[in-house]
Ligand binder design. Structure first.
Ligand SMILES: Cc1cc2nc3c(=O)[nH]c(=O)nc-3n(C[C@H](O)[C@H](O)[C@H](O)COP(=O)(O)OP(=O)(O)OC[C@H]3O[C@@H](n4cnc5c(N)ncnc54)[C@H](O)[C@@H]3O)c2cc1C
Length: 495
């Protein structure tokens, strides 16, 4: 039995704690804040409740595996609700369409709304996405990557590597499959699932299209935060301790270099044989442990995008509004140009999540979670690559909130007269709340042909140190961070 300290009670940290505790290790989770869940946050006030981070759950099988491996089925803990449609899209030319869960219905919807042939174009892309997903799932998503993920994929088969199309961008792939610019916009948006720019993100991200369509989009009644609570319970059932308000300042090491514990804010040391870091890899290598190569690696990557979140407490109901809505601008590239240059996007895509759930809003009211891609926070001193924005500038967040309300109104969703109150969560808030550097949601972005394959590996070079969570391999998003926990548990082994 090893003594394991997990730094951070985000979903990845909690999932690693549950797996390692179930495998017989003595596990302590140290969480800096006064609540678990990390980016999987929750905010409530005046009878309104909001998930402040994830609003869409994909690949539920990953969570089923986690629960099955740690003592009992997921469905005994949580009720998952499949969404149909997964999302509704609104384009600048006024076209709307619903992404139905059923493939045939969706293809028919595309033909009807965008014109004959749109359905079959998307189907061909979805088939390609399935091949990429199948090639990547075993060797990449569920396995540790050390020297080079691409090389591992090449070992799988030449057909697989051709499907993954290394060197090609997601945008490039879209151009060769999709004739309608609105379809290309829908595909481009999948780059933002890893906080990246579709013009520079690898074509392999098309696999997300498949993950969403094959496994569906899901909601957890009561809010997605319930998922974090259930994983924490599972860890505690196996004896793991979760210490809140317990920031870790340093990973401590023996003279030989192996980890031997963590230093806490009160100056005490918590001894450990294994340390699993769920903190942003840039913060780990920047502040908690000395490893020059690890630090260089995270510094080389462009930071992923952050998000500007607007929580709207509204009176009344919006006719015809579904659970998820994406409203696109006329010029999507303008948004990526702005965000990666550290500017506010004037006319961004706006994403809404409005669950029809009594846990989220009083009767005859709506709780809107509004998300816009945003440049990471760069406090006055600036970030090394100089491309962030100082989100703490007085008036910036409120001004942008009003601007987004105007953008929504211009796109036919005018809720200004129904607004009871609003709350903003900026990249700076996210950084403070979760320790993610600049509030980047996914650590390093996948901008660049090989970036997705060059994320910090789960086994650090420092003996006894492991990385779990969205800034490490295989990447961000709830299913991937839970996969990273499975990889780490496999690397550590049973007690
Ligand atoms: C606005 C938004 C929308 C999103 N939408 C979706 C979505 O729809 N679907 C989806 O799947 N994913 C979504 N995501 C991404 C998803 O939330 C993350 O990928 C995932 O939750 C990250 O989990 P993690 O394990 O990396 O840990 P994090 O959530 O990053 O948690 C890390 C934890 O470590 C703690 N910590 C940091 N430093 C220290 C320290 N020194 N000592 C102790 N504790 C420390 C933090 O307080 C935090 O609790 C979204 C994220 C955001 C912000």
């Amino acid at each position: 039995m090893a003594r394991v300290v997990v730094i951070g009670a985000g979903v990845g940290g909690l999932a690693a704690a549950a797996r390692l505790a179930a495998a017989g290790h003595d596990v302590t989770v140290c969480e800096q804040s006064s609540r678990i869940g990390g980016k999987l946050g929750w905010y409530e006030r005046d009878g309104y409740g909001f998930d402040t981070g994830p609003s869409l759950l994909t690949m539920p099988g990953v969570f089923e595996d986690l629960f099955a491996a740690t003592g009992g089925p997921l469905r005994a803990e949580l009720d998952l609700r499949r969404l149909d449609p997964i999302a509704s899209y609104r384009f600048a030319d006024g076209t709307t369409l619903a992404a139905h869960a059923d493939d045939d219905t969706f293809a028919a919807e595309l033909d009807e709304r965008l014109g004959a042939g749109a359905g079959s174009d998307w189907r061909r892309l979805a088939d390609r996405a399935a091949r990429v997903f199948d090639a990547a799932e075993g060797p990449f998503l569920s396995s540790p990557v050390r020297a080079g993920g691409l090389a591992r994929l090449a070992w799988a088969s030449p057909g697989d590597i051709a499907a993954v199309a290394p060197g090609r961008s997601l945008r490039g792939l879209g151009r060769s499959y999709l004739r309608d610019p609105r379809l290309r916009m829908m595909l481009d948006r999948y780059a933002t699932y890893s906080g990246s720019d579709p013009r520079r993100a690898p074509a392999a991200l098309v696999s997300v299209v498949h993950a969403e369509r094959r496994f569906g989009g899901w909601y957890v009644p009561g809010g997605l935060r319930r998922l974090g609570e259930a994983i924490a319970r599972r860890a505690e059932d196996h004896g793991a301790r979760v210490l809140l308000d317990t920031p870790v300042l340093r990973v401590t090491r023996t003279p030989g270099g192996r980890v031997d514990g963590v230093r806490l804010a009160d100056g005490s040391q918590l001894p450990a044989d294994i340390v699993v870091a769920n903190v942003d890899a840039a913060a780990l290598y920047g502040q908690l442990v000395d490893d020059r190569r690890g630090r260089r690696r995270v510094q080389r990557a462009t930071r992923s995008m952050s998000g500007f979140v607007l929580l709207l407490a509204l009176s009344g109901r919006t006719p015809g509004l579904g659970h998820h809505t994406v409203t696109f601008p006329a010029d999507y590239d303008g948004e990526f140009d702005a965000v990666f240059a550290g500017r506010l996007a004037d006319d961004p895509a706006v994403y809404l999540a409005v669950p029809a759930d009594p846990a989220c809003a009083p009767p005859d009211s709506e709780a809107w979670f509004v998300l816009v891609n945003a440049a990471p926070h760069a406090p006055a001193a600036g970030r090394p690559d100089g491309r962030g924005l100082d989100w703490d500038q007085p008036g910036l967040a409120d001004g942008y909130a009003r601007h987004i309300l105007d953008v929504l109104a211009a796109r036919g969703l005018d809720v200004r007269s129904r607004l009871r109150w609003y709350k903003t969560i900026t990249p700076a808030d996210l950084a403070r709340r979760t320790g993610s550097v600049g509030g980047s949601i996914y650590g390093g972005s996948s901008n660049g042909a090989r970036a997705a394959f060059l994320r910090p590996p789960n086994a650090a070079r420092v003996p006894g140190l492991f990385l779990v969570g969205g800034s490490a391999h295989p990447g961000g998003g709830l299913p991937l961070v839970v996969l990273s926990a499975g990889i780490v548990a496999g690397l550590v082994g049973a007690a």
